[in-house]
Write a protein that binds this ligand. Sequence first.
Ligand SMILES: Nc1ncnc2c1ncn2[C@@H]1O[C@H](COP(=O)(O)OP(=O)(O)OP(=O)(O)O)[C@@H](O)[C@H]1O
Ligand SMILES: [Mg+2]
Length: 171
Amino acid sequence: MIKPGKRGKPFRQLKLFIETTAGMLRAGGRMARVLPQGTKIGLSGELGAGKTTFVKGFASAYGISRDAVTSPTFTIINEYAGPPRIVHADLYRIATDDDLVRTGLYDTDTGSGFLLVEWPERFKSLANYLDLFLIFSIKKDGRVIEVKGRKEVLDRMADNKIFERGKRAWL
Ligand SMILES: Nc1ncnc2c1ncn2[C@@H]1O[C@H](COP(=O)(O)OP(=O)(O)OP(=O)(O)O)[C@@H](O)[C@H]1O
Ligand SMILES: [Mg+2]
């Protein structure tokens, strides 16, 4: 549901309800098709919430096999040539800002491609670097993704109605 912000302040917030793993793959694919290339995305939320599953769906929209997309928990950064180039990072094991710089994340050339970063909330410095934040949570009967970001980006998603699949897709 899209609501006007309090006191007329423009904001948009989308919440998606995703019942199954297949639904999460679809959500990733749909978002991949509607987001402009170059978008840098943060994926936050507890262990097992579906962040990597979402990235599999996202990458498969650009012809990258789901099986080729594995969790970068140990590699920290995985890259897929594309086009578009897709860079997938997982900062769960990164402790300090210096360590983050040493991962090379900021030097990674995503060109006109996409960056998807799991566990960005561990680093305040990423707040301004990323364009869009997806906050995943585990519920009794599925997962919720809360989408936060610049108004233009959210407007584009809402206008495309990409997640509308019956009323249950919207919270
Ligand atoms: N509705 C759902 N959406 C997404 N995943 C689901 C759902 N229901 C069950 N699952 C399962 O939950 C698991 C999610 O794992 P995934 O690796 O995507 O999580 P993650 O958020 O990347 O975790 P981590 O923080 O450890 O990297 C998968 O095994 C997936 O099949
Ligand atoms: Mg993961």
